[in-house]
Design a protein around this ligand. Structure first.
Ligand code: IPE
Ligand code: IPE
Ligand code: MG
Length: 256
């Protein structure tokens, strides 16, 4: 009896993921396999981003979060970091108007103060220009780390309480959610990591608590709409229980 095939689909998990979060990994190896510099892999990776954004917009995914640069990626050689910043800037310059025309909202999470003033300005411009768009929200995680996100949330809460913006109160999950960089967004339903590694690498540690995980060996520049469809198919074959028993879920005895 197959455990993970289309025959195993159950009505409760046929729903499309509302929020897909992706660690786009494997650009360097993709280039190295072709005896080319890692930079070529990063450039090819940008094309994969466009394919995935297009698929999500057409298929009515609400939120797509893309891990573009981690708080640990500064440890890479200076030339690679600088190339990634240049690519980031160029992609924003080229794509913001297109995203806007397609009713796509652009948001950034991460500590943007480490970026150049010019890049920070472009990020803010992109967010403001697209803030009213409703078709798909693309969240780019740049200089993002899950540890950073929790620290900045706790910092914001303590500061607000200290200066009286918030009353003294117990720290609750809801209060933390409201102060994370993802406040207002649903938690990811489906997490995808390309490139074969099976780790979280400090991505959305709080928000991934009940996310379905999907790891693929496909290198990010090779990830296309079929690859994304495979991941979504796998998601739809899972039974999300959130602590309940399978019987409770199958009998629709619980609200998931
Ligand atoms: C992911 O690909 C892109 C970034 C981290 C910016 P990598 O550059 O990590 O590619 P590999 O893992 O070395 O192949
Ligand atoms: C994670 O990839 C970060 C991004 C994809 C932006 P890495 O390639 O940096 O992850 P590790 O360091 O190998 O875990
Ligand atoms: Mg990597």
């Amino acid at each position: 009896m197959p455990t993970d095939g289309p025959n195993n689909l159950k009505p409760n998990n046929l729903a499309h993921p509302r929020h897909i979060a992706i660690i786009m990994d494997g650009n360097g190896r993709w280039a190295q396999k072709r005896f080319m510099p890692r930079a070529v892999g990063h450039t090819a990776g940008v094309k994969a981003v466009k394919r995935v954004v297009e698929y999500c917009a057409i298929n009515k995914v609400e939120v797509l979060t893309l891990f573009a640069f981690s708080s640990e990626n500064w440890r890479r050689p200076a030339a690679e970091v600088s190339l990634l910043m240049t690519l980031f800037m160029a992609s924003l310059q080229r794509e913001i108007n297109k995203l806007d025309r397609n009713n796509i909202r652009l948001m950034f999470i991460g500590d943007r103060t480490a970026f150049s003033d010019k890049l920070q300005q472009k990020m803010a411009d992109g967010e403001i220009q697209t803030q009213g768009n409703t078709a798909l929200t693309v969240v780019v995680a740049a200089n993002y780390g899950g540890h950073w996100d929790m620290c900045q949330a706790f910092q914001a809460i303590t500061e607000k309480i200290a200066c009286g913006i918030l009353p003294q109160q117990p720290i609750t999950e809801a209060l933390i959610n409201q102060h994370l960089s993802t406040a207002g967004l649903p938690d990811p339903d489906l997490f995808i990591r390309t490139g074969g590694e099976q780790r979280i690498s400090n991505f959305m540690l709080w928000q991934l608590a009940y996310t379905e995980m999907y790891f693929t060996k496909t290198l990010w520049p090779d990830f296309d709409q079929n690859s994304l469809e495979d991941a979504i198919k796998s998601f739809k074959c899972r039974e999300r229980r959130f602590g309940h028993t399978s019987e409770q879920v199958l009998n629709n005895a619980v609200n998931l």
